[in-house]
Every structure is written in structure tokens, then in C-alpha cells.
Design a binder for this molecule. Sequence first.
Ligand code: GLN
Ligand code: ZN
Length: 762
Amino acid sequence: MATAHNLGFPRIGRQRELKQALESFWRSDIDSTQLEETALDLRQQHWRLQRESGLDGIPVGDFALYDHMLNMTVLLGAIPGRFGFGGKIVDLDTYFALARGTPEQPALEMTKWFDTNYHYLVPEIDASTRFALQADKLLSELRDAREWGVRARPVVLGPLSFLLLAKSHNAALPLSTLLERLLPVYEELLAAISDAGGSEVQIDEPCLATDVTDEELLALERVWQRLVTARPTLQLTLATYFGSLRKNLDRILSLPAAEFHLDLVRAPEQLDRAVTALSSSARLSLGVVDGRNIWIADLESLIALIEPVIEQLGADRVRIAPSCSLLHVPYSAGREERLDARVRPWLAFGQEKLGELQLLKATLGADDETRRELISANRSAVMARRTSTLTHDPAVAHRLESIRPQDLERRSPYAERAELQAQRLKLPELPTTTIGSFPQTKEIRDARRRHDSEIMATEDYETFLRGQIQSVIAIQDRLGLDVLVHGESERNDMVQYFAEQLNGFVISAHGWVQSYGSRCVKPPILFGDVARPMPMTVRWWRHAQSCTRKPVKGMLTGPVTILQWSFVRDDQPRAETCQQIALAIRDETLDLEAGGAQIIQIDEAALREGLPLRRAEQEHYVRWAIDCFRLAANGVADATQLHSHMCYSEFNEMIEPIARMDADVISIEASRSHMDLLDAFRHFRYPNAVGPGVYDIHSPRIPTTEEIVGLLREAEYRIPRARLWVNPDCGLKTRGWEEVTPALEHMIEAARSVRASAVARI
Ligand code: GLN
Ligand code: ZN
């Protein structure tokens, strides 16, 4: 019989116990023993769950208190010298110092884990890095699991991906040299695992789903020659996920691994080739249950896919598995009692996915009748989802078909629009504004909680919010900002707020997914055709505008960001789903304009995040993503000023597509990188107006007027003053008023002082 195994389980806990424990520990409410107890308890719960699901292989080492990459860094002893730990055993304080920084040392940098919304801590490698094994933690977890009777399989990130994902400070150190230094530690690790009773190890090389070079492939071959000889009795699985291995498939499958795992959800086309190319002694692990999304699997079609493989390879050489670690899906859909009962049967979170593996395994060995019985519930849910009128709204289909090319275009070119807008808005040179949100105070969060739990009546809640908006407007007027915002106090989250009001979405109660450390996100679930039944923001904007004579920006989240930060249906192309969202946002844009908004901002914070892992696919994505923004935004009249905000720093390769958005004004993150990012503007003449963030809202530090003046002067080298705006680099919701007020005062003072001075010249 084919066996089933898992690649990784969500670690935050059913009730986000890990989050609570971490935050209590950081506040010193609990000590390290209590934190470790919670962690052990969670690992045991997760093992129990997986064991009860009849899995033949259960991952160990997938758990991390903060981040699995940080665990790897510690395991390999790759602690950056700047922390001054000099080869000592890493205790909890050191671990969290690396994750969160100390008064003397900033934390390790954080960046996105491939194309997921998970962020890992970037290892720092340089010529002085001395790798040294620190495997105690992993080995004791392995022993615990074995004592528990779990068929434990340690999971580690492979050496190639570890180095490719690290930041190497010394370009003079080639990959081959680094590998030479690193490999002995891996060899030692494998020997130690084997000595501790482990018989299998899963070595993840997710980088293989990206554009690896020939040199990197050669390095991989060398790595595997070494790894398999470390302990010949140890069975090694090479796990790849997040995409296809493409032209490298044959070469990778000829490595001397005992097993290969392929992501057949993202890249089903690999299967046929893989079955042929696999060497006669190796096993194939079929990643067929989607580890990146929350929909139930179509078991019938999976059986049709798996059976021929079993016929060709023999059952003992086939394993079934999720496509990747289940880290990227929430814990369990079983608790979503309040979710639309028609949609709920379509959902499979982590726990349900384990159930699917169990069912698949049982079905594969069963006769026809038992098989029909086993999958009948799944079959009807799949059919219901496929044919439901909830998912297919003919009016949306019709609207999509009637999109015309001119719907994506502003009526006149930027120069003409800018003139009309200038006459209408009469803004000073270097206009000052903010990105949208103001501090989400305890008072606001409490009121929202009371309203959500029905302790506070909607009417009272709305009165409260109107009061908040009025006071935020008064503050901005008093500070002397030129373009105001309503402050977003009514929004729990910039995506969920819209998803709650759009058709085609449901919001889960417990669908939390780890983003980094103790931080989790709860992506809305986009299950069907999207439409906007009613205006979503207009009344709040109208109230805000009624409190001031300065222009107040209408504030929307863009279609790509809504798509990117949701779990999205998998039965049609993402581009098409995004177009539907774009049409809904377009309705809102036009309603804001009709209601009198002279300036509308559409945030696309996640535009860059959606970039596919393979360069060859990026152009296609960028084209449809920008087109969706244009569809959402560009229906407005020339005199209406359109803003967009994007918060990330790697701007260079995106600047041309961003210009194609044709927003009148964009605001971008710049202050953290000291305007380095404006280099993009040197090589490319960005045609419209730009507000490079002059104040880093991610830090509690209050910038001085002089600093901001300096940044504005730098900006003037790249962008003519007539097209330069002055703003922070992101929304202010995570900051307190005691930080925001002086920082904005300094920002406004800086703008005034630069206005009064001559234009800087290179
Ligand atoms: N308008 C949003 C805010 O100010 C933008 C947030 C973001 O870009 N992440 O909070
Ligand atoms: Zn931002």
C-alpha cells in the first residue's frame, strides 16, 4: 500500500497558544520554562493529531519558537559575529536577540519566504562565519517524538537553499567555498540523527522551484554525493515545492536520494516525466493535497492521478503528501461554526488536510464499492462547489466580458490632468499628506471588540467612529497638513474591511496563519464571483470631508492587494478573479468621485509580492496586475487626482510597470533605505508625481526636522520639486500619538523650510 506523510504542520497552535506564550514571555509574564512547556505541549498535540490521521511519516523540526530559518541558522551555528556570541550554545535570550534585536544590535533582516506571506529571518554569512553544529534541540525533539511512538522524520533546509536565502556580505566568497565550509556540519548532523535513532531525513530545497543557475545545480550534485555517504543507512528525501523543477527535473531526479518530493498542485505537469526519469531504487512523494490554499481536494481526480503511478512504480515506491508544509494554512476549519454553512464544507485547513491524506490512503487500497463510500461526502462537496450559484454570478461574468480597453485609460495624459488638478486643488509646492491610517488606539480597538461581540450597539459604535474621524481631521488641520485622511479607525484591516462588504468572500473566525514570529494574519476567503452590492466607504469619507475645508482623500485598497492577501478560489485564473475585484473597487472609486472626493488613493501594498518565482512568468503577472489597478482606478475624470501607495523597497525592476499604472501621485517606502531607492528614478524618468516616504513609521524613533530636510533635498536630485510630495512611508496605525504628532510637526516644518529655499541642483 502507498504510504502517507506530512512535510510540516502549522505551529502557532489551534488557539494561537504559541503567540500568547511568546508575547507573555517577552512581557516577562511567564518564564522560559513556561514558554518551553507550551512549545512541548504544542508539538505533542500536533504529533498526536498527525498520528491519529494514520500518517506513516511525521515531521520533526518543523516547529520553531519564532522562525524555522532562524532554527536552521542556530542549528548550523551561523550566528553573525556582530552579536558577539562567539560559538556559545544559543539560549533563548540569544535566539530572541537574533529575532528581535537588542539595544545595541538590530535584529536579523526579515523577508518573504518565496511567494508566501510568511517572513523568515535572513541568515548573515560572511568570510568570518564559522559553521558549527548545535543539534541538541532538534535531537531532543526527535527523541521526544520517538518516545511518543511517532514515526518521526526530521526536516531540515538543505545547504543550497540555506546559502541562497542567506545574505552574503562578502561577494568574494563563492558558493562552492561556502558549501565546503558548511557541508561537514550537515554530515555531522546526519550522523547525529542516525545515532539518535532516526532512519529518514527530509531535506528541503525549495530554491529548486526558482531559476537556479548551472553552477548552483552542480553544487547541488556535489552536496548530494556528500550527504548520502554521511550515513549510508539513513534514507534521505529531497523535498521540492512551490513550483516545477522544469528543465532540471531529470537532473535532480538522478541525484542519489532515497525519495523525491514534488509539488503536484502547483506543477502537476511534472508527474509523467518524473515517473519515467526516476531511478529504479527511489521513491516518489506526490504532493497532491494543496498546502498553500484552503479548499478541499478533489479526491476522485487525485485517485485517478495516483493510481497509474502506483501501477508503474509499485505501491511501496509511492507516497502521498501535501504539496508543501501546512505552515501556510490555518489549523482547523472544524471550528468555523459561524461561517456560511454552504461554503464551510468546501474548506480544508491543516487538520482537514490530514484527514484527506488518510482518506486517500484508505481509498487507494480499497475495492470499488468501499471506495465510492469512502469518498462520497467529498465528492458531493466538490460537486456542490463546482456548480454552486454562489460561486457563479452571471452578472459578474457579463461585466467582465464587457470591459473595454478605454476603461483602463485616463481620458487625458498626465500633464493635462496635473494642470486641471492644480487649478482645482490649489495645493502648495511640496504638498504634505499621510498614507491613510492614524493610530489605532486602545480606545478604538476596545470599541471594535465591544461592537463585534455585540456589547456595543451599531448605532453607538458609528457615533464613536464619527467622533474619532472628526478629531483626527481636527488634528491634521491644526498640524497644517495639506491633504487630509479620515484615519481608517473603522477598519480592522485594510483587506478584511473590504472583503466583509463584497460578495464572493467569507471571513473565518479562526483562520490564522503565521506571518512572522508571534504575528498572524487571517486572510479572507474568496470563494465566488466578486461584486460590490453597496458603497463601502463613501459615508465615512463624506463625514470626514464635512469636518474640513482641506481636501480629504478617499481611501481604498487595490484589487491586487485584496487578491494577494486572501485565500483565493482555485477554479479560475487569478488574473480573472483579480479583474472581478477590480470592477468592484472601480464602482467604489466612481462613487467616491460622484460623492465629491477630489482625491482618491488606492493602495497596492502587495503589488510586488505577487511576482511569480520564475522570471519567465513575471512579465505576464505584472501586465495583468497593473491592468487590474488601472481598471479599478482610471475611470475617474481628469480633474480627480488619483494616488496609490506601495510599501516596499526593492523598487528598481518595478518602476516601469508602476509608471504604467498612471496614478497621478504615488507614495512609496524610502526612508529606511535613505532614499537609495530613488536610484530607480535616476535610470528611469518617472513621469508623474511621487511622495518618497521621508519618515520611517516602522520605528518608534521621531525623525528631526533637519533629517527630513536632508531626505527631501536628496529627493530633489531625482524628482523635480513640482512633482514631489511629502509624506511618511506608510500608514500610522501601529504608532502612538506621542510619536505621530511630533514626527508630523517635523515633517511639515521640513516641507516649509525646503519650500522657502532654492531648488537643490546636482
Ligand atoms: N492606507 C493604509 C494605511 O495607511 C496603507 C497600509 C499599507 O500600505 N500597508 O494604513
Ligand atoms: Zn504602506
